[in-house]
Ligand binder design. Structure first.
Ligand code: PLP
Length: 368
């Protein structure tokens, strides 16, 4: 089977984790601090706060801004469900915004219409979908214009940049995931980055039972969660981060080769938005419309031929939960309708050979 993804776990990763397990110190220690410091330095923010996963990071980001019942949060229609679920879990309502056809991020023009409308928006949560930068420059400009904080869901986009500035470093807070489907993994894991000392303090309080991180003796200043990352996950994060650039360059080289293999075919390859660096957390092609209508059968046929593929990501307003809450229908988000219906994610990981890629491309083209 040519797998969709295989995490890049090497001997140095395994050694680092084993060392922590032998040390007897398993939570909230030097490895978590080092992982936070490395991430903050990489993204160029003053602070980073490690948490159990990116869903927790997104939820804490909203809570740190006091988003709650009665609030509305703008999210793109095309994402993994966590992006919209966390809004509901805070007691607020997601307001879905259609996406762009290049890069699949929240469409700044559609966002501008929402912001000019009657409903007051409390936070804007763009997603750097599949590892491509959203038009975060235009989105943060709109945020400043309306004085609305921006939280970047950069779950898939560690290392992506726009105009040289990293994903996660544009908004009030940025959130990363270290799930095994992302380029850097700690099994489960997440990280918030921010330049705001007050937000960093609130996030630390919320992640650890409400414990005041700055008090000399233990004191509790809020009802917090336990959303801590373990020391062995953080140790893995440190060794993984040390290999981030070669990992991303390898992904970019594989993406380039796929795009060459599909040149001149009816399969549309992903575009890198102008001025940006795409990290291809997912390499998703767009199928021609007639093939897209048979996408499930195509995925099954490719699997029969030992090639694992899947859909790009989800049309959130058309899932049962959000459709029944918001009475959405096809046509409400035309770009998301089109992209979500046609995207097909292809195998992309460090152990994919030239031969594998050729077989993926030729089998897909022969199956259309
Ligand atoms: C993976 C992902 C998440 C959730 O990350 P977890 O670490 O699995 O909680 C959130 N948003 C997007 C866009 C993702 O791709």
């Amino acid at each position: 089977m040519i797998r969709l993804t295989i995490p890049d776990i090497d001997a140095d990763d395994i050694a680092a984790v084993s060392e922590v397990l032998r040390s007897g110190y398993l939570v909230q220690g030097a490895h978590v601090r080092a992982f936070e410091e490395n991430t903050a330095a990489y993204v160029g923010t003053a602070y980073a706060v490690a948490v159990a996963n990116c869903t927790a990071a997104l939820q804490l980001a909203l809570l740190a801004l006091d988003v709650g019942p009665g609030d509305r949060v703008a999210v793109p229609a095309f994402s993994w469900l966590a992006t919209a679920n966390v809004v509901v879990l805070c007691g607020a309502e997601p307001v879905f915004v259609d996406i762009e056809r290049c890069g699949y991020g929240m469409d700044p023009d559609a966002l501008a219409s929402v912001l000019a409308g009657p409903a007051r928006i409390s936070a804007i949560m763009p997603v750097h979908a599949l590892g491509a930068m959203a038009r975060i420059d235009a989105i943060t400009d709109l945020g400043s214009q309306y004085d609305i904080p921006v939280i970047e869901d950069a779950a898939c986009a560690l290392g992506a940049t726009l105009d040289g500035r990293p994903a996660g470093g544009w908004g009030a807070m940025g959130c990363f995931s270290f799930h095994p489907r992302k380029a850097v993994t700690t099994g489960e894991g997440g990280m918030l980055v921010t330049g705001d000392v007050g937000l960093a303090r609130r996030l630390r309080i919320l992640r650890n039972h409400g414990l005041d991180p700055d008090a000399a003796t233990p004191d509790f200043v809020a009802a917090g969660f336990n959303l801590r990352l373990t020391e062995f996950q953080a140790a893995l994060g440190v060794t993984q981060m040390a290999k981030l650039e070669p990992t991303l360059e390898r992904r970019r080289a594989l993406a380039k080769r796929y795009s060459e293999l599909f040149a001149g075919s009816p399969v549309v390859t992903p575009r890198e938005p102008a001025g940006s660096r795409h990290v291809y957390q997912t390499y998703a092609v767009l199928l021609p419309p007639d093939a897209a209508r048979q996408r499930s059968a195509l995925i099954a046929e490719l699997r029969r031929q030992e090639i694992e593929t899947t859909i790009g990501t989800y049309h959130m307003p058309l899932t049962t939960f959000f459709r029944s809450r918001g009475h959405y229908a096809p046509g409400d988000f035309p770009a998301t309708d089109d992209i979500a219906g046609r995207a097909l994610a292809l195998p992309l990981h460090g152990r994919l050979s030239d031969e594998d890629q050729t077989r993926v491309a030729s089998t897909l083209l022969a199956s259309l």
